[in-house]
Write a protein that binds this ligand. Structure first.
Ligand code: SAH
Ligand code: SF4
Ligand code: F3S
Length: 452
């Protein structure tokens, strides 16, 4: 069996990787490590001993980039302390800023150029920084087996597609990740199978819009694969291995996907369905291609087929021209749906996007923050309400490890993705436990063991 954990050979040159941004970047760092290991490098978790320091970066909001500029200053201190340290910025910020980063670092590599990292590293000299920010229509790193850097060996990410073909007006991703392309499903299944053989119990299939996954078989159109079919192929590997996925797009999530989820116990009953706004006027301006009613209908459909399905979301506060009424529409939608949890953001204008060219970023900082705080406070109440409905219910939990607060307790996630805490009977990460919810907070289900 191939080893999917990092090589720790001390004689190899060492690479240190920091990862920012979304789950896709977590997986991309694992692809990068796989490529670099094949070229003779080994991973280190200690920046002080690294020959190569990489930051896999995110551009989604301005504060994400500001944080990385701060880190670049830290990396540069290493160069002052030691000779021959190479600093590289890879990922979305590399793609967005391109040669503007070359003044600060030695290597700049965009998301589709990771196969060339060994060459870039071989060519780099103090006076000769290297850059590759070409985007590709084909690259999916399909046959590269990521080297897993997670700590517990239970749960892993698998990228099923790259890029994005939507043009949500606020979003930088289509510019940093390029056009959408789907990965060969057989390489996806092989990767999931390999993870299962290595003891993993959960895979999360990743894409910016998983519902538009579509693999066209070159020889035989009957062998084309859509997302629902891919889900089924992965679910069939073993009932012992859970399948999750992210992100679903409200305009594209199909009934077929919802029914496929219902058919397989090991496809987790959780959908991350970013709404962004509850106002149809804002949604139109955001170019999300659905309105409030469409979104609410999708939620009703999900709940009619899978009554206990976890639904989580993303919300943006203070998009261009957002009125009090638009903001109220977001609040009322959140009250109507009662999301289990949400990622909530203040709108951050991204250079080059449609919104930055067309609409003034006209909601003052204080008002944006005030609206965001109202949204966060409401979501806190909704999370509690959603969790309270679970009291008395039984759940099957995949153990992640000891709970942070009490070593005699375990924590892990229910199918709905809610975090559960319960007394340990000596199980370890990767075991399944049956529990019953006794009480809740807005963040956690406090459970007892069944038959306690
Ligand atoms: N592909 C996913 C989201 C990817 S980005 C989807 O379509 O839902 C993750 C989240 O970041 C988005 O859902 C959105 O809520 C937020 N986001 C994206 N661009 C943003 C911006 N310019 N300002 C604030 N939040 C943003
Ligand atoms: Fe960005 Fe929209 Fe694509 Fe999501 S679907 S990555 S929000 S453009
Ligand atoms: Fe950030 Fe790029 Fe992901 S901008 S959210 S790292 S796709």
């Amino acid at each position: 069996m191939r080893d999917i954990r990092p090589i720790t050979d001390p004689s190899r040159p060492k690479v240190y990787i920091e990862t920012y941004g979304c789950q896709m970047n977590v997986n991309d760092s694992e692809v990068i490590l796989s490529i670099l290991q094949d070229a003779g490098y080994a991973l280190t978790e200690d920046m002080d001993e690294a020959n190569v320091i990489l930051a896999n970066t995110c551009s989604i909001r301005d504060n994400a980039e500001q944080r990385i500029w701060g880190r670049i200053d830290q990396f540069k201190l290493q160069k002052r302390k030691r000779d021959n340290v190479v600093i590289g910025i890879v990922g979305c910020m590399a793609e967005r800023l391109k040669d503007k980063l070359l003044e600060a670092v030695d290597i700049v590599a965009g998301p589709d150029s990771y196969r060339t990292l060994p060459d870039l590293l071989a060519a780099v000299r103090p006076d000769r920084p290297q850059i590759n920010v070409l985007l590709s229509h084909e690259e999916t790193y399909a046959e590269i087996s990521p080297v897993r850097m997670d700590r517990n060996g239970v749960s892993a990410f698998i990228s099923i597609m790259r890029g994005c073909n939507n043009v949500c007006s606020y979003c930088v991703v289509p510019y940093t990740r390029g056009a959408e392309r789907s990965r060969d499903p057989y390489t996806i299944v092989r990767e999931a199978q390999e993870l299962f053989e290595n003891g993993y119990k959960e895979v999360t299939l990743l894409g910016q819009n998983v519902d538009s996954y579509y693999w066209k078989d070159k020889e035989n159109a009957d062998r084309n694969v859509n997302f629902a079919q891919l889900l089924e192929m992965v679910a069939k590997i073993s009932p012992e291995m859970r399948v999750r996925f992210s992100t679903s797009h409200p305009k594209d999530i199909s009934d077929e996907v919802i029914y496929t989820m219902a058919m397989y116990e090991n496809i987790c009953k959780h959908i991350h369905l970013p709404v962004q706004s509850g106002s149809s006027i804002m949604l139109e301006k955001m170019r999300r291609k659905y309105d409030r009613e469409w979104y609410l209908e999708r939620v009703r459909k999900i709940r009619s087929v899978i009554p206990d399905c976890g639904i989580t979301t993303d919300v943006i506060a203070g998009f261009c021209g957002e009125t009090e009424q638009d903001h109220t529409d977001t609040l009322t939608l959140m009250e109507e749906v009662v999301f289990d949890s949400a990622f909530m953001f203040a709108y951050s204008e991204r250079p080059g996007t449609l919104a930055s060219r067309k609409y003034p970023d006209d909601i003052p900082y204080e008002l944006k923050t005030q609206r965001l705080n109202e949204i966060i406070a409401l979501q806190g109440r909704m999370s509690l309400k959603s969790n309270e409905k679970d009291v008395g219910k039984r759940m099957k939990v995949l153990v992640e490890g000891p709970s942070k607060k009490n070593p005699d307790e375990l924590c892990g996630r229910a199918s709905s993705n809610k975090m559960c805490v319960f007394p340990s009977r000596g199980e370890k990460a990767g075991d399944y436990c049956e529990v019953e919810v006794v009480s809740v907070t807005s963040a956690t289900l406090l459970c007892k063991r069944i038959n306690d």
